[in-house]
Design a protein around this ligand. Structure first.
Ligand code: GLU
Length: 308
């Protein structure tokens, strides 16, 4: 899979070239201000993502949905250090596509944006945060896989990323793919799928960080030769640090992003899957992407929900 970047952010030219950029922003797509005409009129202006908040939604008694709607708050685990998907803003509230997806779920429960309680959920703690009831859902560039499904459940996917490699601008080590990283120091986040893949499948010497933003200084100062994780996360770092880094632009895994929820709560999982499917169909999903990650990345087609 290749990702492309929009023509509006051509500042990091080297990185853009390596991303296979073809200046292909679709006509009518939202710019960094993020206003899309496609569903104008349906939005009510609630919160930063203009989501319509369900008014007194009815849920079967005893369900998680009924409990959350009654409580009027949703506790969400997300990333705080990943531009485009989950990045903590100056007021402490995160912004990004994952944040918008969480806000969508909250809105359908009748919970406005300001009543969402955000907790930073770094890669290694996501399952345990759900198991210990510290959060109600995790929306955090969270790959659905069988090992994780032994501890928690996933709704979705709502996006499909792929693992890629970030190197210093100019690619001084001449790295062309994961095979070149065997025996070399590479940074990734502890507990993540890319960390496991690069060390176990490609033999890299892993520097395990708490979050991916912690990998940038080691790459700058040469402690590692590359940072690896999902392409969209790395694109956010390229965009935020013009001229410093390059993305190889060739993915070598599939990372379907799911919404993590406590294991066995099938009614809650079905509800979230319904919310996602509706948002795929009515254009809300595309609008939320355009207003967040889509300010830098091409807007993809929504994936198919997997109701396992
Ligand atoms: N999607 C991968 C994972 O869930 C990498 C991104 C992350 O660590 O959040 O492990």
């Amino acid at each position: 899979m290749r990702i492309t970047r929009k023509s509006t952010i051509l500042s990091s030219v080297g990185a853009a070239l390596l991303l296979g950029l073809t200046a292909c922003a679709p006509a009518g797509s939202a710019g960094p201000g993020g206003v899309d005409e496609t569903d104008a009129g349906e939005s009510t202006g609630n919160g930063p993502y203009s989501l319509e908040i369900a008014e007194s939604p009815e849920f079967e008694e005893g369900t998680t949905m009924a409990e959350l709607a009654e409580a009027g708050t949703l506790r969400v685990g997300t990333k705080f250090d990943q531009p485009l998907f989950g990045l903590q803003g100056p007021d402490g509230t995160p912004v990004g596509f994952d944040v918008a997806i969480a806000a969508l779920v909250a809105a359908e429960l009748g919970i406005p944006f300001e009543n969402i309680e955000w907790t930073e959920a770094q890669s290694a703690v996501r399952e345990s945060f759900l198991e210990s009831d510290q959060v109600d859902i995790v929306v955090a560039t969270y790959t659905i896989n069988d090992a994780r499904k032994e501890r928690i459940d996933f709704a979705g996917p709502y996006f499909v990323a792929g693992q890629d490699i970030l190197v210093a601008a100019g690619n001084p080590e001449g790295i062309t793919g994961p095979e070149d990283l065997a025996g070399k120091p590479v940074c990734s986040a502890e507990g993540s799928t890319p960390a496991a893949t690069i060390s176990e499948e490609y033999g890299a010497e892993l520097l395990a960080a708490g979050g991916y933003s912690d990998c940038l200084d080691p790459l700058r100062n040469g402690q590692v030769v590359a940072v690896t994780t999902d392409n969209v996360i790395l694109s956010g770092f390229v965009d935020q640090n013009p001229g410093e880094f390059e993305l190889l632009g060739e993915t070598f895994t599939e990372e379907p992003y799911g919404i993590g929820l406590p294991k066995g709560d099938d009614a809650f999982r079905t509800f979230i899957n319904d919310v996602l499917e509706e948002a795929f169909e009515d254009g809300t999903w595309a609008r939320l992407y355009e207003e967040t990650a889509g300010t830098v990345l091409e807007v993809p087609e929504p994936p198919a929900v997997d109701r396992y």
